[in-house]
Design a binder for this molecule. Structure first.
Ligand SMILES: *Cc1c(COP(=O)(O)O)cnc(C)c1O
Length: 232
């Protein structure tokens, strides 16, 4: 399968789903996750019409932005180390992985230096898998208070990575809970919050995620094929 065919199929699938849900007029973002993928392949996706690119490593994001340019938006979707914040905030349209105080502090500091409001999603770990990034729900309120005291951070929504399950029905409750939290935060008048994106759904579970309210999916393998980590 070519990248074009893959994108065509995914696009049709998403369109049909949104239509069924009566959401065809609502904003929706398909992020092509291009970690380990070469720039010529990414360019093919862009030529098809992809406007949003997702990377999980700062160095790779910065290198690709340099080569491909800023006609597309770059999303930092991977775990972010505090010492990499300064390199990524000028390139990334959105940081999906805000999940702890130390990172919040660093983004606030670097945003202040650049006089730039940095758009972030709070990454939530509902599966409570210790190996996964994301803040636990029980710590969210305290984190929100810290965010409200910042001046250079704007929360644009929420992100989650669901645990891998053979049967995607098993993760439906997680996506549903995420949507509940998203709606609840949207209704509260929180400083520095402008809830717009619910980033959830990957190659194997994006359909269930969309059905449960995702308006931003991050798809890699189904677009570019299996990743080859040996080159990196
Ligand atoms: C790699 C990655 C994806 C894409 O996963 P696929 O299964 O290849 O679609 C999505 N989100 C995050 C955070 C990732 O690291």
């Amino acid at each position: 399968m070519t990248i074009n065919n893959n994108l065509e199929l995914i696009h049709e699938e998403i369109e049909a789903l949104l239509k069924n849900l009566g959401r065809e007029k609502e904003p929706f973002t398909l992020i092509a996750v291009s970690k380990t993928v070469d720039c010529d392949k990414i360019q093919k996706a862009i030529d098809w019409g992809i406007t949003d690119i997702g990377e999980n490593k700062v160095q790779e994001l910065v290198r690709k932005e340099k080569e491909i340019g800023n006609a597309v938006r770059y999303h930092m979707i991977g775990a972010l180390q505090s010492n990499k914040v300064k390199d990524v905030i000028e390139k990334a349209f959105l940081i999906h992985s805000l999940d702890r105080n130390s990172l919040l502090k660093e983004i606030e500091k670097r945003g202040k230096q650049r006089e730039q409001i940095v758009d972030c999603l709070i990454e939530i770990n509902l599966g409570e898998e210790e190996s996964k990034a994301g803040i636990y729900l029980e710590n969210l309120e305290e984190f929100i208070e810290k965010i409200e005291s910042c001046s250079f951070i704007r929360i644009k929504g929420l992100m989650t990575i669901a645990p891998y399950c053979e049967d995607t029905e098993d993760v439906r409750p997680i996506f549903r809970k995420m949507k509940e939290i998203f709606d609840e935060l949207s209704e509260r008048e929180l400083d520095n919050f402008d809830m717009e994106y619910l980033s959830m759904g990957m190659s194997h579970d994006f359909k269930v995620a969309i059905e449960e309210g995702s308006n931003m999916v991050r798809i890699g393998t189904s677009i570019f094929g299996e990743r080859d980590y040996s080159k990196n």
